[in-house]
Design a binder for this molecule. Sequence first.
Ligand SMILES: *[C@@H]1O[C@H](CO)[C@@H](O)[C@H](O)[C@H]1NC(C)=O
Ligand SMILES: *[C@@H]1O[C@H](CO)[C@@H](O)[C@H](O)[C@H]1NC(C)=O
Ligand SMILES: *[C@@H]1O[C@H](CO)[C@@H](O)[C@H](O)[C@H]1NC(C)=O
Ligand SMILES: *[C@@H]1O[C@H](CO)[C@@H](O)[C@H](O)[C@H]1NC(C)=O
Ligand SMILES: *[C@@H]1O[C@H](CO)[C@@H](O)[C@H](O)[C@H]1NC(C)=O
Length: 465
Amino acid sequence: MRGAALLLLALGLQQAEGRCVFNRTQEYCLCYRLTQESAGSVIQCLAASAVEFQGGDLEKYADFPIEDLDDSTIDMLGSLQIRKIIFSDLLVPEVLLARVLRFFSYTQVQEMVFKSCSFVGRSSWADMAGRALPIVSLRFHNVTAAALAGREQDLSPLSRWLGALQELSVTASRLAVLPCAVGQALRALRSLDLARNSLGDDSLAPAFCQGAFTQLRVLSLRHNNLTSYSGVCGSVRLLGELQHLDLSHNALTAGTPSSPCQWPATLRIFNLSSAGLDHVLAPLPPALEVLDLSSNRLHAVDISLRSLQALFLSRNALPAAPSIRGCPALHTLHLDNNLIAELPRDEALLLEHLQDVAVAGNPFNCTCGGAGAVQALAAVGCLRQGWPQGYVCHAPARYQGVLLRDVPTSVLQCNPAAVLAPVCTGLALLCVAVAGGLLWARGARPRWLCGLGQREDACSGAEHL
Ligand SMILES: *[C@@H]1O[C@H](CO)[C@@H](O)[C@H](O)[C@H]1NC(C)=O
Ligand SMILES: *[C@@H]1O[C@H](CO)[C@@H](O)[C@H](O)[C@H]1NC(C)=O
Ligand SMILES: *[C@@H]1O[C@H](CO)[C@@H](O)[C@H](O)[C@H]1NC(C)=O
Ligand SMILES: *[C@@H]1O[C@H](CO)[C@@H](O)[C@H](O)[C@H]1NC(C)=O
Ligand SMILES: *[C@@H]1O[C@H](CO)[C@@H](O)[C@H](O)[C@H]1NC(C)=O
């Protein structure tokens, strides 16, 4: 208790009105504007795993005398269950923060969050020299602080701790520059979230300079001020371990590549959602497993990526399903909310081998045609989201507004093979082949074989089966 109260006292939270409320189910304790009288209520927080200190102004405590801790206090701090501390809606003098941060070296706090805080003043962090902290995750959201540029010397005593930090996020904080030295200090960082800032094309290359963020796996640059695809590619090329890159919500164009750019070969997950794209930009990282191109203005997509497993093309302007022949490892394909009237039947056979297909919200043509392939996909359990409510016929007039599910099979049954397909596996293909063979024997070639280089008129018989 003394340790916790001391921590609190040091943070000067004992002045304003308020108290702590502990939510046992969430193991979460919220201390709102604590007063001297209500400071005792922090005792409730001792069983919490997360404590939030909300509201107040610490500026007047910048000179608060903070003494060294005695052994029993250190023991107490070490026995606290608290793993996460959140400071929100606070004015934080950097001097005070620099002085209390060392207390955390005696705790087991792993995650520290600052939400809607303003850091004021500058401080030397000399007290922290050579000290390790248990905090591996540090988050800032909607904060204001003095610019980092030129502060390398001030912050150098933190290097032991920063060198062990694993996750950093600085979001919605108008960040426009990230000095090279920051990335060089964050030697072990695996995840960096810089979403909702003001980073422009020119800010990236210095931030990801030689020797910076050498262990980085996950990088989010979502919702910034980036415009050049090739520029971003050139700037992150030194991140040799990068696996996941989020560029969504930037208005990207191809840019003017000074030299052909190669994305890090380690890149597996690439998010280009809401990036204002009217065509797929090149090159794509060659070993991608997940590619999100949703919410763009794409009219055509032609992608061949051998290891691609999930492709998201929702909310575009595609008039037809893209060919997936170049993506043999694909198991997830989302095409919802495009302008697709039917699925080509030869592709539909490929689609049946996927585990998760979404085609809802398209203007289906429910005549004898590819809409039958959609029913077949549903029958084999490939359609996950939105079936059946999201699948509505737009044509012909007599089925307008009718759920595709409710259109009589006889109307759609142009492809008996699709109706026979029982499961979403190779078995389906086998059945289709057998059914096709039987039809063939009867002299009527099913239309789905048209793609295999036969003359179109040879197939027309299947149309009226
Ligand atoms: C604790 O949190 C849960 C989940 O958010 C909520 O349903 C419950 O009402 C909270 N309990 C108290 C006492 O606030
Ligand atoms: C951001 O923080 C400021 C205080 O620094 C606060 O007034 C504002 O409401 C916060 N904005 C959001 C969206 O939380
Ligand atoms: C975004 O970048 C453009 C040009 O690069 C610049 O004019 C604009 O001020 C930037 N916007 C923000 C919010 O930083
Ligand atoms: C891509 O980013 C968007 C918006 O930022 C998000 O909603 C979506 O879940 C992300 N996609 C993936 C595959 O993570
Ligand atoms: C629907 O498909 C049929 C047969 O393929 C075609 O004749 C018709 O024009 C299509 N209707 C629309 C609105 O695309």
